[in-house]
Design a protein around this ligand. Structure first.
Ligand code: NDP
Length: 446
């Protein structure tokens, strides 16, 4: 490792002990940025990298709620307000039992660069709780959300901090959170994104992350004169991002052969068509069942406790969670002929897996670029809320598509190496950094 990165990481680890995912995210960015900062000393003198890795504010709070048996349950709530140099804090809320400070700090840190890449005026934040919505009744989820918002409301606002969904937070949860915010503040504002279409939401917001990651794959492929037609695509996850990535890939002529959840994955060699996708959507969004039921219904293979990367594919789109592709899986993907990875989830590849992709010089689009379509469309939802004027489906999709193309251009600008290889990791990190860093310098030492 570059000794300058090593020294910087020693400081980060000492200040943030035990926060492994945060260390991982910061190190990846530091590896791209430290050489760039050496060439641009104004960033060094202003200690931008050191400042950007320290949250502006961290809020941790108790979330007590009553379950259906009348028993008191206690969870922990978080909001990390990471950086507001270019706009209000913006980033999702995650409800999952694995949630802790380190995971949310990694996500908030990534969000700063991602939001900057979208070119929209949004700072970075992230939040959530170790509450597990799985197996809870709608009433329990509502009571939890109301309790969570009873503290969070005093820290957020349409011009301050605008949360959205993430793992475990979809339309149902955003509805409960918004209802409670409105009740407490007595105001109807765009304080959350991902809202229902009848009450301030944007068309295409649910689709945006998956669609955007597919558009990004398309842009990467086009640099090699290729496209999605006839490509075999492996997708992990079966939640929001995975569902709409599947939809867009199929629409653009690709064949999606896998779908997964935290218990295992299904392999459908004939491809998941729109009818089968409808089944997954109903299974996951309405009945809240397990992906194994897909295998039972369509008579395809189910791999318990496994991830889809053992299946031969041309393109891989991880859309479940962090660190879901390890070194061996990355090697297997490359060996099996996969030449494009577009990340729907955040930090799905371990550092070793990233190394494998970069060494093989395949098209590797990291999450902070490839999945930025979600937050970009949240930004578009904020604009529509401010104007009090909704845009049509076509208008929003076109804007999303243009934003993804521009993010790709930024990555090419900052990530193209002497031999012509586009290192999208460097491209996204440096491209996302410059705007935030310049704003921080302009705003003084704050
Ligand atoms: P959902 O909760 O809708 O779906 C998550 C999916 O991933 C589910 O299939 C879930 O399976 C699976 N999953 C979650 N945790 C794990 C785990 N630890 N191991 C294996 N599988 C797991 O979330 P989203 O689709 O919204 O988010 C997926 C990823 O995309 C996350 O990394 C998120 O940060 C990222 N992302 C989301 C955006 C959005 O707009 N929603 C925007 C940008 C990034 P199960 O049901 O069994 O838990």
């Amino acid at each position: 490792m570059d000794p300058r990165v090593q020294q910087f990481m020693a400081m980060i680890k000492a200040r943030n002990p035990g926060e492994n995912e945060f260390h991982q995210a910061v190190q990846e960015v530091a590896e791209s940025l430290i050489p760039f900062i050496e060439e641009n000393p104004k960033y060094k003198h202003a200690k931008i990298l050191e400042r950007i890795a320290e949250p502006e504010r961290t809020i941790i709070f108790r979330v007590p709620w009553l379950d259906d048996k009348g028993e008191v349950q206690i969870n922990r709530g978080f909001r990390i307000e990471m950086n507001s140099a270019i706009g209000p804090y913006k980033g999702g809320l995650r409800l999952h039992p694995t949630v802790n400070l380190g995971i949310l700090k990694f996500l908030a840190f990534e969000q700063v660069f991602k939001n900057s890449l979208t070119t929209l005026p949004m700072g970075g934040g992230k939040g959530g709780s170790d509450f597990d919505p799985k197996g809870k009744s709608d009433n329990e989820v509502m009571r939890f959300c109301q309790s969570f918002m009873s503290e969070l409301f005093r820290h957020i606002g349409a011009d301050t901090d605008v949360p959205a969904g993430d793992i475990g937070v979809g339309g149902r949860e955003i509805g409960f959170l918004f209802g409670q915010y409105k009740r407490l503040k007595n105001e109807f504002t765009g304080v959350l994104t991902g809202k229902g279409i009848e009450w301030g939401g944007s068309l295409i917001r649910p689709e945006a992350t998956g669609y955007g990651a597919t558009y990004f794959a398309q842009e990467m492929l086009s640099t090699r004169g290729d496209n999605l037609k006839g490509k075999v695509v492996s997708i992990s996850g079966s939640g929001n991002v995975a569902q709409f990535a599947t939809e867009k890939v199929v629409e653009l002529g690709g064949k999606v052969v896998t779908s997964s959840d935290s218990n295992g994955f299904i392999y459908d060699p004939k491809g998941i068509d729109f009818d089968k996708l409808q089944f997954i959507m109903e299974l996951k969004n309405v009945r809240r069942g397990r992906i194994k039921e897909f295998a039972d219904k369509y008579g395809v293979e189910y791999f318990e406790g496994k991830r889809p990367w053992i299946i031969k594919c041309d393109i891989a789109m991880p859309c479940a969670t962090q660190n879901e592709i390890n070194e061996e899986e990355a090697k297997l993907l490359v060996k099996n002929g996969c030449n494009c990875v577009s990340e729907g989830s955040n930090m799905p590849a371990t550092p070793e897996a990233v190394e494998v992709f970069l060494k093989a010089q395949i098209l590797y689009g990291p999450g902070k670029a490839a999945n930025a379509g979600g937050v970009a469309t949240s930004g578009l939802e904020m604009t529509q809320n401010s104007m009090r004027l909704p845009w049509s489906r076509e208008e929003v999709d076109e804007k999303l598509h243009t934003i993804m193309k521009n993010i790709h251009k930024t990555c090419v600008k900052y990530g193209t190496k002497e031999n012509g290889f586009i290192n999208y990791v460097d491209g996204a990190n440096i491209g996302g950094f410059v705007k935030v860093a310049n704003a921080m310098i302009a705003q003084g030492v704050v």
